[in-house]
Write a protein that binds this ligand. Structure first.
Ligand SMILES: C[S@@+](CC[C@H](N)C(=O)[O-])C[C@H]1O[C@@H](n2cnc3c(N)ncnc32)[C@H](O)[C@@H]1O
Length: 280
């Protein structure tokens, strides 16, 4: 079964699930491998036949959708963004909070917790000493129960931590055991505190706002089609405080600008946007 036949299948199937082929080009091999396994289970010989099967068995779309999910993540992914958050964005957001108020953040599509826990580590190690009266509260959501289970366990291989400075790894993790020759790092409890994981499908459920900071990286603006991206963006903006920050992935762009979206880049060159305050 050739790569082209899988590509042709994905180009047909993804738009029917409100997703776009463009986002899958680089990750197609793992997605194609999973779909081939499913086809083998069904004893369907090729992608053309699987397409016919889907047309005759609409319930199969619910089996296909999770096979097209990409759950790759790592701590401190896109270091330039984390530098900007630590040096400018978080101090700005925390500095404008009313006395005693928490800093609330949402990680949408949080995978196995790498993104919300990177924020927690950054906050506790660098920001909290300057803003002691403001606890960090993070809501982290994902549709995939397997990644949420890993997030709650808080155990990571060294490859998930390769972008984190070694002194931070030493301070935030304990090395618990060796599995097949590999050291597993367990996040210390103090960095898990304040991070809540919820199973939610971004397409039809979002946590209650408002948030000062929302991450929506390498999910909607890579894999979803443009119509769905616009709908998701509306939901994100409804949950962001004026002056709050929306963080995208380093290769992502906002869907074609709707003039009613009052977003401005925080700085040039990084996918971090500020929700502008409306003039009264
Ligand atoms: C590529 S990972 C990105 C993780 C992290 N945001 C990052 O940038 O490193 C995408 C995550 O989004 C999740 N996801 C995909 N579709 C989703 C949906 N409809 N609702 C919520 N999460 C979704 C996947 O399960 C996966 O864990």
């Amino acid at each position: 079964m050739s790569d082209e036949s899988c590509v042709a299948f994905l180009q047909w199937a993804l738009p029917r699930m409100e997703m776009r082929w463009k986002g899958f080009r680089k990750v197609r091999r793992q997605v194609c491998r999973r779909i081939r396994q499913r086809m083998a289970e069904l004893e369907v010989p090729g992608f053309e036949e699987y397409r016919t099967y889907l047309e005759g068995h609409p319930e199969e779309w619910r089996r296909l959708a999770p096979l097209c999910r990409v759950t790759i993540s790592r701590f401190a992914r896109d270091r330039g963004i984390w530098r900007l958050l630590g040096e400018e964005v978080l101090p700005g957001l925390a500095g404008s909070l009313p006395s005693g108020a928490p800093l609330r953040a949402w990680s949408a599509g949080c995978a196995s917790g790498e993104e919300p826990f990177t924020l927690s580590i950054l906050w506790r190690m660098e920001l909290e000493p300057h803003f002691p009266g403001h606890p960090l509260e993070v809501v982290a959501t994902d549709v995939d129960p397997a990644v949420l289970q890993r997030a709650r366990a808080g155990r990571y291989s060294a490859s998930s931590l390769k972008e984190v400075a070694s002194h931070r790894v030493d301070a935030a993790f304990t090395r618990v055991e060796v599995e097949q020759g590999e050291t597993i790092h367990r996040l210390r409890d103090e960095y898990r505190r304040g991070v809540t994981f919820l199973r939610q499908d971004l397409r039809n459920e979002m946590p209650e706002g408002p948030f000062q900071l929302i991450f929506c990286r390498n999910v909607a603006f890579t894999y979803f089609d443009t119509t769905l991206q616009r709908r998701i963006l509306e939901g994100l903006l409804e949950r962001l405080v004026p002056g709050g920050a929306l963080v995208l992935g380093s290769h992502e762009k906002l869907p074609v600008r709707n003039p009613s979206w009052p977003l401005a880049p925080w700085v040039r060159g990084e996918p971090v946007y500020r929700l502008e305050r409306l003039e009264s």
